[in-house]
Design a protein. Sequence first.
Length: 540
Amino acid sequence: MIGKRHAAATLCVLLMWSLHPSFSAGAPANSEEAGGRKKPWTAFKISKETTILTEPLREDGYVNYVAVLNEMTSEGVTPENNAAIPFWKAVGPRPIKWDNREEFFNLLGIERLPEDGKYFVDFWWHLHNTVDVEDDESGDVSDDVIDAHLDDFHNEAARRPWKGKEFPKIAEWIQANKKPLDILVAASRRTRFFSPICPENGPSPSVPILIIPELRDTARALSARAMLRLGEGNVDEAWTDLLACHRIARLSGQGAILVDVMVEAAIEGMALRCHETLLQDGSLTAARIAQMRTDLKNLPPTRSLVERIKTAERYIFISMVAEINRSGVSLMDRMSFKALLKGKSTYDKAADWVLAAAIDWEAVLRLGHAWYDRTEEALEKPTRAERHAALRRIEQDLKKMEPPANATQLLSITFLGNSREAASERFAERFVEVFMPAIIQSDRREDRGKMHFRITELAFALAEYRADNGSYPAKLADLRPKYVDNIPDDIFRDKPLTYEQKGNGYLLYSIGPNGVDENGRGEQDRGEEDKWDDISVEVK
C-alpha cells in the first residue's frame, strides 16, 4: 500500500509536470536545438546575468568552474616556480582522495607520487607510533599521555626557545621529519603555489580542503624547529625556518578561494608570535636586524579579499546552486545549511525534485548576485572605517532574515501561498546565510593579520634602534627618519598605536577588531571566558 507521504509526493510531481517547464512536454528555452544537436537541460540560463561566465561548459550543460579556477590560479606557473610540487613531494599523496590522485598529479604536471615514502608525519601520528603503550586492556596509548605531549607542543615548544632534553618526543619528531621540512624550506623560496582543484561530482568546485591540515601542521613543525634552534643558540637557522613559514603562508594565500585567506593568516600568525620571542634576544646586531627587516619587506604579496569575492567565491556560489538542483535539495543538509532539515530527512526523494522544480533558480542567482554586489561595494570603500560600517550593515541585515525554512515549508509557501517568488527568495537566503558571514569574518581576519605584521615590522625597527643606542626610544616618533619613514596608526581606531616603555623593554599594541582597549591582552592571554583581542608585541 502506498503511504500518504508518497501519494502526496506523487500528486505534487504531477502538479509540477503541468506547471513548470522542467517537467512539461517540450524543451525549455535553455535546452533548444543548436546545430542539430540538443543542448543539455539546465535549471537556469547560462548567461552573463546568471552565471557570469558562459564557457567552458561541462557535458551536463553547466559552466565548468573547476577548469576556470585551475586556469586562473595556474597562470604563469611553471614546474620550476611552483612551490606546490615540492610541497606535495614532502607531504605525500595521502591527503588527496584516492579516486582523484591520477587527475590531481596530471594537473600538477608530475608523475603520481608513490604511496609509500619518507613523507612528513604529523605530531599526533608520530606519538601514536612511538609512545610506549600503557598496560591496559585495550592496548592503546593512554589519552592522558598523548594529551600531555600535545599540550607541550602547542603551549610551549612552538612558542618559546627550548632544548631537546626538555621535550624529547618533540625533538625526536622534528628529527624524523628533517628531510621533508628541509624540502619545504627550499620550496618556500619559489614564487608561485598552484595546487589544482579536482571535482568530485557535478559542477561544484570540490576544493581539496584536506590540504589545510597539512599546511598548518608543516608550519607548526617549522615554528617548533625554529624555537628549538633558537634555544640552541642557532639564530640564523631559526630565522630561516620562520621566514619559510612566512613564505609558505604568502604562497598558500595565492589561492583564489576565501579559505586561503584564513590559512594564510593562521600560518603567518604562527611566525609572527615566534618573532616576539626572537626579539627578546638582546645579542642581535643592528646589521642582522636590518637584514631581517629587509627579508620581511621582500615577502611576496597575496591576492586581495575583494578579488576573491569577484571571482572564485561568486563562482562557487553559482556552482553550488547548480549542484543542489542537479542532486536534489537534500544536498543542502550535507552542506550544513543552517537547520534546514534539522539533521534529518523529513521528506522523501520525490519531494526533492518537486521543490527543485518549484524554485525559480534564476531568481535565486539574481538575489545572490545582489548580495555579492553589495559586499564587493562594501569591501571597496576607501577607508577601513567606511568598509567596516558597510559590512556591519550587511551583518545586521543578515540577522533580520526569517528563520530557515525546510523543504516542506518552502513547498507550502510555493503552493499554498501561491508565491514561487517568495519561496525562491527564502531559498536564496539560505545561501546568503552560509556564504556572507564567512566573507565578513575573513575581512576582519585580513585586517588583523595586516595590523599584526605592521606591529611586528615596527618591533624590528625598535630592536635595531636599541642595538644602535643601547636602549629603546622614549616614543615611537624617535624612530623617524633613520629607522622608519612613517609610524603606522592603529587601523582599528585611526589613532596612534599604544607604546609604553616597561623597565628595559616595552609594550606595543593595537586594540584589535573589537575596538576595545584591553591593555595589550590578546588571544594568547585568554582564559575560558575572556574575549581579549588586542594585537601586541611585548619585549621584556
